[in-house]
Design a protein around this ligand. Structure first.
Ligand code: ADP
Ligand code: MG
Length: 233
């Protein structure tokens, strides 16, 4: 498989605090990488560095093509309908034809089960529906790599599933994805590979089976114990 993302010795600091420390990571086309780790370990910062939203102090981030990112907060424009939200960037930024973009938006909405909501405003949607629209908004830009940062963290439990199902569907279509999540059963099911970050460093980089059944580091073991209540298989 081809490499689509290559990070070499990435160091990111905020002032003099090192938030990412000598991160090296290669992701292949079609790979699904799940990134887990305790709050504050640098997961969001890593995605932001990949998405070119941060300047970095050392190292290199090389990516083939564009990235699309989905955040915990959907940030849809409240005064625009679902369809208008989806069409904005492809038409204004990518200068694509309105008809073609509209058709694609409708197809993608159908895929995520939201055809009937295309003319609704965000305030008329549930959290899970808004997050599915936000995923479509990323997809319609045709990114080579999709980045998901705790996209279900703000959702009520009954809406988590519908969003995770959309992401599972994308994995089946061989999309390259980097997923930050605290949903461990989902992580295990979707990951080709799991990265465990702590204190800005990669502590484990392994298969989901090994990470969840036989983590090598004490830190990963104690991290996973905090999820014991939701049995992962
Ligand atoms: N804009 C910022 N300025 C200063 N420190 C930040 C900023 N963003 C994040 N940090 C710090 O960087 C560290 C990693 O944050 P983050 O990447 O958000 O962690 P995670 O997503 O794993 O919870 C934390 O200690 C956080 O406080
Ligand atoms: Mg975060």
């Amino acid at each position: 498989m081809d490499e689509i993302l290559k990070i070499e010795h990435l160091t990111k600091k905020y002032d003099d605090i090192t938030v990412l420390n000598d991160i090296s990571l290669t992701v292949k086309k079609g790979e699904v990488l799940v990134i887990v780790g305790p709050s504050g370990c640098g997961k969001s910062t890593l995605l932001r560095c990949i998405n070119n939203l941060e300047d970095i102090q050392d190292g290199k981030v090389n990516i083939e093509g564009k990235t699309g990112m989905v955040f915990q907060s959907y940030e849809l424009f409240p005064h625009m309908t679902v369809l208008q939200n989806l069409m904005l960037a492809p038409v204004k930024v990518q200068k694509r034809k309105k008809d073609e973009v509209k058709k694609e938006a409708e197809q993608l909405l159908e895929r995520v089960g939201l055809s009937s909501k295309k003319d609704n405003y965000p305030a008329q949607l549930s959290g899970g529906q808004k997050q599915r629209v936000a995923i479509v908004r990323a997809l319609i830009m045709h990114p080579e790599v999709l980045l998901f940062d705790e996209v279900t963290a703000a959702l009520d439990p009954e809406m988590v599933r519908e969003v995770l199902d959309v992401i599972l569907d994308l994995a089946k279509q061989d999309k390259t994805m980097l997923i930050v999540t605290h949903e461990m059963a989902f992580a295990r099911a979707i990951a080709d590979r799991v990265i465990f970050l702590e204190g800005g460093s990669i502590i484990e980089d392994t298969t989901p089976a090994e990470f969840f059944d036989a983590p090598r580091s004490e830190r990963a073991k104690s991290f996973l114990r905090t999820f014991e209540f939701e049995k992962v298989h």
